[in-house]
Design a binder for this molecule. Sequence first.
Ligand SMILES: [Zn+2]
Length: 292
Amino acid sequence: MTDAESTTDQLESNAEQPQMEFDVFCHECGYNLRGIVTTRCPECGTASPALQNAKPSIPWAHRESLGNVRAFIRTVLFASFGLRKLSQNVYLPIDFAESQKFRRWTIGTTMLFAIAFVVWFQVSGVSGLLSDSFITDLRGMIWPSVVIVGLLALYVVLATGVPSLFFDYRDVPVSLRNNAVALSYYCAAPLAWWPIPLAISVLIILQNPIDIRNRWLAVTLTSIAFIAPLTPIVLWCFQLFRIAKRVLRGQTGRKVWLTIGIPLLWFACAILVFLLIPLAGFYTWVLVDALS
Ligand SMILES: [Zn+2]
């Protein structure tokens, strides 16, 4: 250890130590840092943000200096592609209300895309792409679009809330549990750009790549059409799993349940929102129509 390093360590150890009510693990080597008096991991020497009273590295926490829109875009990129970075924040003080605000912004962005699509669908005179008489009829009516947007909004609200259920364990210390739940809302960040790969996929499918003479190009395009809309979901799940790895340490059963349970619940919500609720609505309409 050089002189400069030992001085910093001394300075850091003199700094006020945070009160840790739960086990804090080194984000590099996994060593348990509970009760450590310096700010560095004794095992590998990495400076631990949790022991330095650091602010979370999530750009959304620095909204005041960045501005809402810039902080939002940066957080979306950070939480989508900063593969390990988001989960490293789990031992830092994360503001729960801020995470909820980020969730609302994410849902809002997705819905803006959806509304833009519906408006385009209603006003576009694209006859080549959508020439089906059924689609033309559909475009003549406003209410199906309104219903679909409403159901989609309900689904997105449910889907972004589902992962939080899998971190809510009574035996996990309250602040760690709250941090994990708050981070699980940040994990939904890929929702904000989901419509982009979705649009790419739809455009490819509309071009009928199977008909392309060049076999390889056809196969590549078809694969992209299938894989592109899945990438945001994969990134979302990946981030959730990174958090679970830190919060549910050594609890394999819970991690397996999280890995299976979240996609299952997402599917169940889709059945509820896009099948059962419209069916209930349809029967109510039939009933009201018959009675009146
Ligand atoms: Zn370490």
